[in-house]
Each structure stands twice: as C-alpha cells, then as structure tokens.
Ligand binder design. Structure first.
Ligand SMILES: [Fe+2]
Length: 463
C-alpha cells in the first residue's frame, strides 16, 4: 500500500499526526484482498477504490492553495476523487468497476500527492508559518486549522471505512495477525438494566469562538462546533448502560418490527419497504441469532450494545415507554456534575489519548468490535452513567442543526451545512473505531435516521 514518501513526522506535532493518520488509513485498505478493492460493500456508497484516492485528493484540494500553489500533477483525479456520497440522496450509484482508474494509477496518484505536499509542508514549518496565523493558511484560517481538518477528515474516514469493510464478506478480507478476539468479551451474559437520575442543570454545547483561539492547535473544532451556547435541562432519568442486544431481543419478541404503533409513518414505510426485521449486524441461522463482527460471526453477545439505525432505536424507545435523549440531555448526563460543573470527559480530566485511558472506554481503534456495556466502570460519568465515550455512538432525538453564530468553513462550505436538512440526527460519544482526538466534548457526529451500518447504539431517558 502507499506510504508517506518522506518522513515528515519529525517536523511538527501536526505533521506527526498526519503521518500517523496516513498509516492508519493505509493499514485499513490493506485489510482488503487486492482483487476486492473495487467492491461496493454498502450499496449507497462508493466502491472501496474511490476512498484510496479520495483521502489524498481531499488533502491536495485543501492544502495546495495554502502551502504550495503548484500545478496539480493530475487535475482529473483531483476532481474524480473529490467528493463522497451521502446516502440520504435518491437512487443508488450505478457505476461499474471499469469506470474507475487502475489501482496502479490510483496508488501513483497517492504517492505523488504525498510527496508534493510533504515537501511544501516541511518548508512551511521551517518558515515558522505555524506560529503566525497571517503567514500561511487560507481565508484567514491558520495552517494549523487546515492540517487539523486534513487529519480529522482522514480519521473520520478510517472509522466510516471500517463500517464499510464490516459489510464486506470476511472471505474478501485479511484478518490481521494482531487481531485475536478476546472470548471473555463475548460472555453471553445479559446485563441487569438500571437507570440513573440526573438532576436539572445548565449544559454547555459547542466551543467559544474568538480571534485568539479559533482554529488554534489546542482548540480545533469543526464549523458545527461553534459557537458555544448554554441550555437548561430539566431533571430526567437515563439508562445506566447502553441498550444491549439482549434487551433488543425482548423488543423483537414483543413484535417490535411488526407493530406500526412503535414507528413513525416514515420510519414504518422505510422498514417495511426494505423488509427489515432485525438489526443489520445480526444474522439468523437455524433459529439462532448470530452477530457479524469485523472478521467473524459469533453467537449474539447479549451484553454488547445493539447497533442500529435511529429509526429502530426510536421504535424501541416508544415500545419501552421512553424517549431518546436530546443532545443537551446526553451532554448533561455525560459531562455534568452534582456540583453544577462540567468535566472535559465523562470520567474527569484525563485525556482520551493518555496511555491509561484504555481503562476508560472502548475507543481509539484498540478493538474492532464492541465490548460488554459494563466493561469500563472507571469511565463512568459523575452521575454514574457508563460507557458514554466509545463502544458505539449514541443516537439522540436532536435534529442536526447549526448552533447560533454558525459559520461554514469557507474552504469546506458543505461539511456541515449540506446536512442541515432535518433528516440527520446528532450522535454523541464515539465508537471503538473513533480516534481519541475526536472524543472532545464539543464534537458532534450525525447520520440520517435510516442508516443502519454505523457503529451506533442508544440509551433511553424518561422525563
Ligand atoms: Fe471525505
């Protein structure tokens, strides 16, 4: 697989992170047997090969104007690989493998882009452009912001590509030798559900924007994270753990997929027209349920979080006589304290990328699959809610919408704004495949309500 042509990592921490992110994306593509790189594991998405080119085209289109301003070696590929697909659109893509360039050509493109960018990035560092926001960057944004965008964009794809490769048959993948599933993680023992009372409070959402810290290395945030705002929430009770596969089986046994009363009209129509009667990660054989892991199939782990679409999560909540939390409620349960303060992380101050954070949750690409929902008691929030960071994003009932004062990034106008359409819902938390840098309090993820392939579960609230 392509690797960085030059060792840029020693020049600056952000270049070190870019090199690390490239290694992670290269490692992900190397899980696919080469003859299957033109497969399309998720019908609504591009073929895998697109993403090999996309990660470099994105970096080139973002950074060249700021640091190099040189002629592209391949303008056609810069456009071909520029944009992904959001499955909210109508119709499925109809391209065929032969519509795409050869692997050899795509890999040469990747290598050339990396060489060209790295040469200029090193120079920019040497010129100390990083410490002078006016010296380099784009539209008033410092180069540090653009590099953060490049790093996080790549790491987000490393996660969403894992969703995609999860749907690829295991016979087309190469199981990494380092991957040995820990059988203790599949206990098959149901968790005893419990709830936690969360008192009323004031919640901070988003990041403050000001001239000195907007876009600086320390407080990078995407456009939708600005500006900081507060919301009051009333007291509520929330599930102590994420809803498990075992609990979801009860919903199914109660006819959850057969009774329209639990579904909105739109969700019922979607579910019915697709003939759905179980979560996408489940399989039934000989009357027994199995769970498709990244590289395997195991008897359904009853104590793992159920992964599903927001529509299915909402139907379960209706059946249970509860609701999905709002974004503000989720934020309060995760970061609030009984003293009325807010913590940087649910467990306190410890950074998510610190070595001991492995005891705090299932995140930062350590595992390919979920763990039991009670596996990380040390990571619980001040109110005693478990597993809020990692082990699966959590759906909220909040439509993805801008905070007051929102301004799109001029260099990536559609990143968030294209999804303020009332069809996408906020997800919070993170999954096993979410990099630590995106486990910040203000980070917001979103998907449309009928997307089933995301590593996302939920928990319920009562008001
Ligand atoms: Fe992208």
């Amino acid at each position: 697989m392509p690797v960085a042509e030059r060792n840029i990592a020693s020049s600056h921490p952000l270049l070190e992170r870019l090199a690390d992110a490239r290694q992670k994306s290269d490692a992900l593509f190397s899980l696919v047997q080469e003859q299957f790189l033109y497969e399309r594991p998720i019908p609504e998405r591009h073929r895998i090969v697109f993403y090999i080119g996309h990660l470099e085209a994105f970096d080139w289109n973002l950074l060249n104007e700021s640091i190099a301003r040189v002629e592209s070696t391949h303008p056609e590929f810069d456009r071909l690989f520029a944009f992904g697909i959001d499955p909210a659109g109508d119709g499925l893509p109809t391209d065929v493998p032969s519509d795409w360039p050869t692997l050899e050509a795509v890999r040469a493109y990747v290598s050339n882009i990396r060489s060209a960018l790295d040469q200029h990035l090193e120079k920019a560092m040497l010129e100390k452009a990083m410490i002078n926001p006016e010296a380099a960057g784009r539209d008033g944004f410092p180069l540090a912001t653009l590099l953060n965008v490049a790093v996080e964009h790549r790491l987000m794809h490393v996660e969403t590509l894992a969703y995609m490769l999860h749907q690829l048959p295991s016979t087309m993948k190469i199981n990494p030798t380092s991957h040995q599933r820990n059988l203790r993680d599949v206990s098959g023992i149901a968790i005893e559900p419990d709830t936690v009372a969360v008192p009323a409070g004031v919640v901070t959402l988003g990041l403050p924007r000001n001239s000195s810290d907007f876009g600086s290395d320390n407080v990078f945030g995407w456009d939708n994270e600005f500006e900081a705002n507060t919301q009051e929430v009333l007291g509520f009770t929330i599930d102590k753990y994420k809803v498990t596969n075992g609990q979801y089986l009860e919903f199914m046994a109660a006819g959850g997929y057969e009774k329209p009363m639990f579904w909105t009209d739109e969700d019922w129509e979607w579910k019915s027209s697709n003939g759905m009667n179980h979560p996408a990660f489940w399989r039934k054989e000989d009357d027994r349920w199995y769970y498709t892991t990244m590289f395997d199939q195991v008897p359904l782990p009853l104590d793992w979080p159920v992964y599903l679409s927001q529509a299915e999560a909402s139907a379960y909540a209706n059946w249970a006589g509860k609701c999905l939390p709002t974004e503000a409620e989720w934020q309060h349960a995760a970061y609030g304290t009984r003293e009325g303060n807010e913590r940087p992380f649910p467990w306190g101050d410890q950074a998510a990328d610190s070595p001991s954070a492995k005891n705090l949750g299932n995140f930062d690409l350590r595992n390919w699959d979920p763990t039991p929902v009670n596996a990380f008691p040390e990571g619980q929030s001040a109110f005693g809610v478990h597993d809020m960071m990692g082990n699966g994003w959590e759906w909220t009932s909040s439509v993805f919408a801008p905070f007051p004062g929102f301004k799109p990034f001029s260099f990536y106008e559609g990143y968030s704004a294209n999804f303020f359409d009332g069809k996408h819902f906020v997800m919070k938390g993170g999954s096993a495949r979410t990099a630590a840098c995106m486990l910040r309090r203000s980070f917001r993820n979103w998907f449309q309500a009928h997307y089933q392939y995301v590593y996302a579960g939920f928990r319920c609230v009562s008001r």
